[in-house]
Design a protein around this ligand. Structure first.
Ligand code: CP
Ligand code: NVA
Length: 306
């Protein structure tokens, strides 16, 4: 049977997502009650990081331990990956020694090549193009606070980066709309986002218009990891794309604010908004733990009801 990977959001169907969200809820409740649950006893997760991380490392490592397994942290600096060992060779070897792999890297192509040579499931922990685990957490957070996201409007303000691309994929799968506003020159590239079409998003020159009547307003850093050389230029180009109280005011009165973190107050979001009553950024961060535990359980054990 083919190995199931999670390399981009559309790798999971609506049915699979419904299962993962239901399991996230059960796993979260158990965790809150300090009830041990060890379905992945004796299983090992390898985590390969080519970029920095706080939340992704912590949530995968803690999550695997909580499920009874163990996690091994690898980075480019201390492994042969940083000395030019082919990705394909690394995949052959690593996937003979562990049960599941999470990778944070640069081009999506790198993780695709790794997965093609892996005997075990591979999870995308962020690439230049996508951040599917974060969107799983964001959707679960929305569902917890507001229920079904079908038919709702998400406003994306800022860079058309890995987070934006993944929101766009999720919109197609779960049938909601994304209103995107990026500065000129940073527009969505549907091909890079790997979309089925353009039916689920609309572009707005004015970020206020993107936020109008939105159920959720969300943004991310102006300069993603790997793009640091463009930082100075981006600071100027994105100056009018800070999510502030005025943008939240034109959204629906019950609109939520999300940010995958880390955030820069006074750049992509004002302190008033991210620290304000509509912000659910801490729930969003916590939910990385719960959804990824459900995801690893699904990829390794299938649709368990335990
Ligand atoms: N949101 C997120 O992925 O955070 P880290 O970069 O800290 O992992
Ligand atoms: N878009 C950001 C997300 C960080 C979690 C980046 O890629 O750096």
């Amino acid at each position: 049977m083919a190995v199931k990977h999670f390399l981009q959001f559309r790798d999971l169907s609506v049915d699979e997502l419904t299962h993962v969200f239901a399991r996230s809820r059960v796993i979260k409740e158990r965790f809150k009650r300090y009830q041990p649950y060890h379905p992945l006893a004796d299983r090992t997760l390898a985590m390969i990081f080519e970029k920095s991380s706080t939340r992704t490392r912590l949530s995968f490592e803690a999550g695997m331990h909580q499920l009874g397994g163990s996690a091994i942290y690898l980075n480019t600096r201390d492994t042969q990956l940083g000395r030019g060992e082919p990705v394909e060779d690394a995949a052959e070897v690593i996937s003979r020694m562990v049960d599941i792999v999470m990778i944070r890297t640069f081009e999506q192509e790198i993780i695709e090549r790794f997965a093609a040579h892996s005997r075990v499931p591979v999870i995308n922990g962020l690439t230049n193009e996508y951040h599917p685990c974060q969107i799983l957490a964001d959707l679960f957070t929305f569902i917890e606070h507001r229920g079904d996201i079908r038919g709702k409007t998400v406003a994306w303000v800022g860079d058309s980066n890995n987070m934006c691309n993944t929101w766009l994929q999720a919109a197609e799968i779960l049938d909601f709309n994304v209103h995107v506003s990026t500065p000129p020159g940073y527009e969505v590239e549907p091909e890079r986002a790997n979309l089925f079409g353009t039916d689920h998003f609309e572009s707005f020159a004015d970020p206020m218009e993107a936020c109008r009547d939105a159920d959720l307003v969300t943004t991310d850093v102006w300069t993603s990891m790997g793009f640091e050389a463009e930082n100075e230029e981006r600071q100027k180009d994105f100056a009018d794309w800070m999510v502030d109280a005025d943008m939240m005011r034109v959204a629906r009165p019950d609109a939520l604010f999300m940010h995958c973190l880390p955030a820069h107050r006074g750049e992509e979001v004002s302190a008033e908004v991210i620290d304000g009553p509509q912000s659910v950024v801490w729930d969003e961060a916590e939910n990385r733990l719960h959804v990824q535990k459900a995801l690893m359980e699904y990829l390794l054990l299938g649709k368990t009801e335990a």
